[in-house]
Design a protein around this ligand. Structure first.
Ligand code: SAM
Length: 269
């Protein structure tokens, strides 16, 4: 792939998704583009690029996108933050009557579903008395299909505490199927965090988990997403980012709150 072609594709991808591939990712992108071009019978990059942009169905673009996003995830990832959610935030909500009419969580960039199901397990264990629901979204349609299937291997479940493995999973051969009880409480659907129209529909959440997603964005796109998150949250709502990520560097909209087990960002009351 020529550097100029890489740059064209990078720019297009960035404008559509907020994801920015640095120069050193040329090989990563090139490998996937070449495989996709071969699979779809394209020999010339210009034809391919024009088809990506002008294919009315969007199917070609979606196929490429599904191979380019990084989808690494597993159950109970970044345990300290989840502990903070379970043992500090939920009790605070219960005490202050937050989510009296229901707790709404948004798992933004949910990949294959492990994070959303982890949150559902925590809510089931810690907030049994409350009505709650989890919205789990991603730009990649292939991972959303896998999330809906809810079948996981040993690697994905390696950090699930034994007692929860028994309570919420059924072994199927070498894999585990997630309980249908949890499945019913999660809505998986496609949302591109850079799609203003889709983002405006996301409203009335008590907390948003967007962990290890914005690391692939640049500051400008992060800021745009942060503004949408602000509008999507109820007053006093929380944003949980991955532990290498920070809101303070990109916006003053949220106040960092130091809990015992983690720092979380809060929308003012
Ligand atoms: C590394 S995974 C993180 C999964 C999970 N949040 C975790 O921390 O384990 C990043 C996910 O963000 C999704 N993503 C990337 N850009 C996106 C965008 N513009 N809109 C929605 N999701 C996006 C990717 O498809 C991928 O599934």
């Amino acid at each position: 792939m020529r550097q100029a072609d890489f740059e064209k594709l990078r720019e297009y991808l960035y404008r559509q998704t907020g994801i920015y591939f640095e120069d050193q990712k040329l090989y990563y992108v090139e490998k996937r583009v070449e495989q996709h071009m071969t699979a779809r019978g394209f020999k010339d990059f210009r034809d391919y690029f024009s088809a990506l942009r002008f294919d009315r169905t969007g199917a070609l673009w979606q196929e490429l996108l599904n191979t380019l996003t990084v989808n690494e995830t597993y159950f109970f990832r970044e345990y300290d933050q989840l502990k903070c959610f379970a043992e500090e935030v939920i009790p605070l909500w219960m005490k202050n009557g937050v989510g009296k009419y229901g707790v709404r969580l948004w798992c933004a960039g949910c990949s294959t579903g492990e994070e959303a199901y982890t949150l559902a397990i925590i809510l089931k264990e810690m907030a049994e008395d409350l009505y709650w629901e989890v919205h789990a979204t991603d730009i990649n349609t292939a991972v959303l299909e896998r999330a809906e299937r809810g079948i996981y291997n040993n690697y994905a479940t390696r950090q699930v505490p034994e007692v929860y493995l028994e309570r919420y999973f059924t072994p199927i051969g070498e894999n585990y199927a997630i309980s249908s009880l949890l499945k019913k409480k999660i809505k998986f659907y496609q949302v591109n965090l850079m799609d203003d129209q889709a983002m405006q529909k996301m409203r009335n959440f008590n907390a948003i988990f967007c962990r290890n997603v914005l690391i692939y964005f640049d500051d400008l796109s992060r800021r745009r997403v942060a503004l949408h998150f602000y509008q999507a949250l109820e007053a006093g709502g929380y944003v949980f980012l991955g532990h290498s990520e920070s809101m303070s560097r990109i916006t003053t909209l949220f106040k960092p709150v130091k809990f015992q087990n983690a720092i979380i960002y809060q929308k003012g009351n």
